[in-house]
Design a protein around this ligand. Structure first.
Ligand code: ADP
Ligand code: MG
Length: 310
């Protein structure tokens, strides 16, 4: 007899707890300001329907609505990360559904935009550079103005000329390119940033590879191509004429802008590119590359303090 009694007692206790819990949850739910508001919009909802859906209403109440309880997408508190609950009534029945929250939409947009920047061998800090973080000192002022002008013009169509930034080491030339690439994402324009010395190495090592033409096509066709540190690469007549020359030729014909950074002015770059020294021919070929650079970009000097020492 005893076990049955104790079981019964236990059941009654649990049942009591259940009832108490139920009443408490019901009060909590019905006193919730948002639930009250929802019910006030639907005065014809039968009380039974409300009772039947107490759990749904409780779920709605406990979730963050359009990120009101979440600091970021990563810290989302909801059962479904990045989804916000919505209550609605159809044919006098309560329905609970979930829709993407603001933070999820922002997160998805950022991820999509991140794919708009492709880079080869660029440091992370450069890929995170932002136009708004650029210090507007007088020395770099005109360079930054040109960059802003390019962005302004982009609103009505991609300009056919980029910028050739040249100046001493550490003045922030590469940083400007990173900031520009990030700003262009906002206009859904893709950028390809390449560090020239590694680019030459990469192309040379894939000569035998069938993918070389595919790679080169990629550089030819990117919305905005950015060649970082031109002149610092190991000089090779083959790379200069067959690779760089053909990429620039294509972009010149298609009116697609190219940005460059260099320690050399165009005049000095011409000497540098003509250096493999097989006589006059090299000078002519170097001159041809310089002409193409001038067609796809505008030469702008940058000076200022060496920011690597700051
Ligand atoms: P360069 O390409 O002219 O040699 P970098 O762009 O690499 O110079 O800049 C040198 C250092 O200064 C980098 O560490 C870069 O992140 C930093 N830097 C450059 N410009 C800025 C800026 N406007 N604001 C903050 N940091 C900068
Ligand atoms: Mg640099």
């Amino acid at each position: 007899m005893k076990p049955v009694q104790s079981e019964l007692k236990k059941w009654m206790q649990e049942n009591k707890n259940f009832k108490e819990n139920y009443i408490r949850i019901k009060q909590e739910v019905l006193n919730d300001p948002e639930i009250k508001e929802f019910l006030s919009y639907h005065p014809t909802l039968p009380e039974k329907e409300v009772e039947k859906n107490l759990i749904k209403l409780y779920e709605y109440k406990s979730q963050s609505k359009q990120c009101d309880k979440c600091k970021s997408f990563e810290q989302c508190q909801n059962m479904l990360q990045g989804y916000s609950p919505v209550l609605h009534v159809k044919d006098n029945e309560i329905h609970l559904s979930y829709e993407k929250c603001h933070l999820r939409l922002d997160h998805e947009k950022q991820q999509q935009q991140q794919q708009l920047i492709e880079s080869l061998y660029m440091p992370k800090e450069i890929l995170n550079a932002a136009i708004d973080d650029i210090d507007h000192d007088t020395e770099r002022g005109s360079g930054i103005r040109q960059l802003l002008l390019f962005l302004e013009q982009t609103k009505s169509g991609l300009p056919s000329k980029g910028i050739y930034f040249y100046g001493p080491f550490g003045v922030g030339k590469t940083y400007l390119l990173g900031a520009l690439a990030n700003a262009l994402k906002e206009y859904n324009i893709s950028s390809m940033l390449i560090y020239m010395p590694e680019f030459v190495r990469e192309i040379k090592s894939s000569i035998k590879d069938d993918s070389i033409n595919e790679k080169i096509n990629y550089f030819k066709k990117a919305d905005v191509l950015m060649l970082d540190d031109i002149g610092a690469e190991t000089q090779s007549a083959w790379f200069r004429d067959e690779i760089l020359g053909s990429i620039l030729q294509y972009r010149m014909m298609e009116k697609l802008p190219v940005f460059f950074t260099s320690n050399y002015s165009l005049e000095h770059l011409e000497e540098q590119l003509g250096r493999s020294n097989r006589g006059g021919v090299e000078t002519v070929k170097a001159g041809r590359i310089i002409e193409r650079i001038k067609q796809v970009s505008k030469e702008i000097p940058l000076s200022g303090e060496n920011r690597r020492d700051v």
